[in-house]
Design a protein around this ligand. Structure first.
Ligand SMILES: Cc1cc2nc3c(=O)[nH]c(=O)nc-3n(C[C@H](O)[C@H](O)[C@H](O)COP(=O)(O)OP(=O)(O)OC[C@H]3O[C@@H](n4cnc5c(N)ncnc54)[C@H](O)[C@@H]3O)c2cc1C
Length: 429
């Protein structure tokens, strides 16, 4: 609603109970993705509203099914429901998706789940959607990378610092330049590590449903809960950053619409905002997920890493396992700091939450890269496909040497707490 985005307790849309068990929904919703379109014969809206006399704030919110066309008992479409798309927003990107203002004027709605338990019902969808948006960040980064890579091999500008690589041509392709390589390696190491981490998380999701082992189901559930805000926040921040960096590879052409790179930048930006802005993901991580069940999930995360390190003590694995253990120690230090300081002064937790999310994500990426290194090592010594696995290991080392060191900055910033962030009064700005 216009006045109520993150803070759903402020919601005004109301639901009036009817004698036949349905509700009349009245209110205005904004920013509704695909709120109106011609691609399906009916559009089924899930709408949050407050039933008259409901408890104050978020505890009084219920969830309703509100179809564009009412559905008859035999499943065929009936009368148009009393809802209408008031306007479509003009926006920065995702122009294939209509972002609608939706007006409900006594529209017929059907309660989904229990009265006043709408938030819990909605989070079934939200948790799924947050992982979907995390995937959006990753895929935008991958698409931007593939386009930048083609351009970097094709565009001839300047000569390699170490002597011409293609002397027969007017200039070398820009992929010879270390600064272009830096960008391509950043994107490649992120994309492959993030893909592995997301697939590992998906496996935990499957195990949480189908494992016959109670402990394994519990672990799967805990990992999904813990990692959902981490993946949503980190992958979508990186998706936008990587799209911008890939745009840089194209120089001026990256800014010109014809080449398509500026569209990736515009499209990637929304993923940091919707399904809960990334700052809110960081608060979800430090405020809810860390403390849940006495910290069971985060301790399970540390144990998974410790078990992996214990089981992979070969000399070949040492660079990857040492890196993993180092970031795990940083994360433990940050977690202890958060538990000791965040409860006394919640502003400490708030001010450090985004750096904590990034540090957590780096531990996840280090775990993903260590697992890929373990799979690649035996196949990297020769034979068919060895070059592919050597490339994988070189990318793993790039992650360890050039991306993982960011952990130090995140830990240092976490431990400054709220003072430097909150020192000014609002009127000092
Ligand atoms: C293109 C688009 C499509 C969308 N699609 C849908 C959709 O289909 N369905 C739907 O329901 N919504 C949709 N949204 C809404 C979207 O989820 C919200 O815009 C988003 O959750 C942020 O809410 P807000 O815009 O009101 O920002 P605000 O809540 O006003 O937040 C502004 C800033 O303040 C920060 N902030 C707010 N509260 C706190 C706090 N307590 N602590 C710390 N920081 C805080 C936020 O992180 C953010 O950076 C869409 C939005 C857009 C732009």
């Amino acid at each position: 609603e216009p006045h109520c985005g993150t803070d759903l307790g402020l919601m005004r849309t109301k639901a009036e109970p009817q004698a036949d068990g349905t509700y009349k929904i009245t209110g205005t919703k904004i920013f509704i993705s695909a709120g109106e379109h011609d691609m399906a014969e009916n559009i089924i809206h899930l709408v949050l509203a407050k039933i008259a006399g409901a408890p104050e704030g978020i505890k009084g919110v219920s969830l309703f099914v509100v179809p564009k066309f009412l559905v008859k008992a035999d499943g065929s479409l009936g009368a148009r429901n009393a809802l209408i798309c008031g306007s479509i927003e003009h926006k920065m990107g995702i122009h294939g998706n209509s972002t609608c203002v939706m007006n409900y004027d006594g529209a017929t709605g059907y309660l989904l789940g229990e009265p006043h338990k709408g938030m819990r019902a909605m989070f079934t969808m939200m948790n799924d959607a947050r992982l979907g948006v995390a995937l959006q960040g990753l895929t935008q980064s991958e698409a931007a990378y593939q386009n930048a890579l083609i351009y970097a091999k094709d565009r001839l500008q300047g000569r390699s610092l170490t002597g011409a690589k293609e002397p027969g041509k007017a200039a070398d392709p820009i992929i010879v330049h270390p600064d272009i390589r830096r960008v391509l390696m950043n994107l490649k190491a992120f994309n492959e590590g993030a893909r592995m981490l997301l697939l590992w998380c998906a496996l935990q999701g499957d195990l949480s449903h189908v494992s016959t082992d109670d402990k394994e189901r519990e672990l799967g559930e805990d990992m999904m809960g813990l990692l959902t805000p981490v993946l949503k926040g980190y992958f979508t921040d990186m998706g936008f950053r990587n799209a911008t960096d890939a745009q840089q590879v194209l120089g001026g052409h990256g800014y010109i619409a014809e080449w398509g790179m500026e569209q990736f930048v515009r499209d990637a930006r929304i993923a940091m905002i919707y399904e809960g802005a990334n700052g809110i993901q960081a608060l979800d991580l430090v405020g809810r997920k860390l403390a849940m069940n006495g910290g069971r999930a985060v301790f399970a995360w540390f144990k998974l890493i410790d078990d992996f390190a214990q089981a992979n003590k070969s000399a070949e694995m040492k660079p990857y396992v040492d890196a993993l253990i180092t970031v795990r120690k940083d994360l433990e230090e940050a977690t202890t700091w958060m538990m000791n300081n965040g409860l006394n002064n919640p502003d400490h937790a708030g001010a450090s939450s985004m750096d904590y999310l990034y540090l957590f994500a780096l531990s996840g990426m280090a775990f993903a890269w260590a697992q890929m290194a373990r799979a690649a090592l035996p196949k990297s010594h020769g034979g068919t496909g060895a070059e592919y696995y050597q490339t994988k290991l070189a990318t793993a080392r790039y992650f360890v040497d050039r991306m993982l060191p960011d952990r130090l900055a995140h830990l240092a910033k976490i431990k400054t707490g709220a003072e430097p962030v909150m020192a000014l009064k609002a009127e000092h700005f």
